[in-house]
Design a binder for this molecule. Sequence first.
Ligand SMILES: C[S@@+](CC[C@H](N)C(=O)[O-])C[C@H]1O[C@@H](n2cnc3c(N)ncnc32)[C@H](O)[C@@H]1O
Length: 433
Amino acid sequence: MTQPDPGQSDPGLPARLAALDLISTALARRGGLDEALSHPAFAKLPPQDRGFARALAMATLRRLGGIDRALDGRMQKPPPQAVRELLRIGVAQLWALDVPDFAAVSTTVKLAERDGSTRPFKGLINAVLRGVARDGAPGIAADAWLPSWIFARWAAAFGEETARAVAATVPQEPPTDLTLRDPAEAERWAQALEAEVLPGGSLRVRRKGDLAEWPGFAEGAWWVQDAAAAVPARLLDVKPVQTALDLCAAPGGKTLQLAAAGAEVVALDRSPNRLKRLNENFARIGLKVEALAADAEAWEDARTFDAVLLDAPCTSTGTFRRNPDVLWGTKPADIAKLADVQHRLLDAAAERVKPGGRLVYCVCSLEREEGEAQIIAFLRRRPDFTTEPCAPGEAGAPEDAVTREGWLRILPSEWPDRGGLDGFFAARLVRKG
Ligand SMILES: C[S@@+](CC[C@H](N)C(=O)[O-])C[C@H]1O[C@@H](n2cnc3c(N)ncnc32)[C@H](O)[C@@H]1O
């Protein structure tokens, strides 16, 4: 089991009620957690309650499958849903937050007292949570950490053993990775931040707390970006004076990499709000970009580019380490819907590539429909494109992430001794000259 989140003192019932709301919205639909976190009702909470509610919701979602498996082993029949929801946050506090056991149990019982439907189960809740507190975190089979339909998909796609290895990473808290504006300064910032320099030059930081107070933040020396997310832009290997287009750019982690490498970058995103974040990030880092709010499919502009990046909208199932809600909010139908969008965006991206230019397609999804299958179908539609294979270890990707076709399939189970990395698919294509 992972270490407790530090610094989460115990603020009481309103924060726990807010956590219950966050969790139920996260489970209801894709993107629900982000919506709930930016909802005015949540923003109105006192900062301490907000912080605790968010930490409790994240801790619960990150361990949801294991919590349910443990609860089912302790009860003779499934409890009503409202009781299960209370038990889940009780167990998450016992397993993962720095809340005294008695407080985790007594506040959950108090929450049960508030409602006629849960009041009769006070005794059960008390007994189950005391049992969990006494016994600690049991060994839980790896597959329990994933919804069963996702485990079945990943076992079919990557093999049962790999699916188990991926599943075992679900309850782990990920470290924070940073990308440097100037990769030549890796050693200097690694020392200042007590960080590890990863193969592609990203820094892996173990410290917690307010990023804005970390060395280098104010100077714009780095931005937060998972080590796997930093790989696709590096595959374009842009040089100063080359032109680059990032079609789905916001909040701009990959766009910043292209600009930092010296390219003249145009960044498109159809969400003005997200584009605002991209502009703020560029302002802090001190780099230039032409940022445009536009739909990549309908963008009317005659320019073509040396390098085009399409980091397409996707189910994001590879990012469960940072966004555990993706596992539970994503529904099977979302995959087909997003695959359709990716197909259209790939066609739009192809039109923007100069003859001889490169196109990198990537998604932070572990679903083959959004990765390999997109490229197989694209290369059939567009014989004027071909794969430029990735070399093992290129761009900082784990050595064995290269597929037979020369694409990258990065799995969260890689680098287990270093703390893993997000799941990504990336393919580098060239438009024939
Ligand atoms: C995976 S995120 C991009 C993350 C970004 N590349 C980064 O590294 O920070 C996908 C982005 O695509 C944008 N998007 C979705 N459909 C789009 C479209 N048709 N045209 C332009 N942007 C789109 C979304 O608003 C979202 O910001």
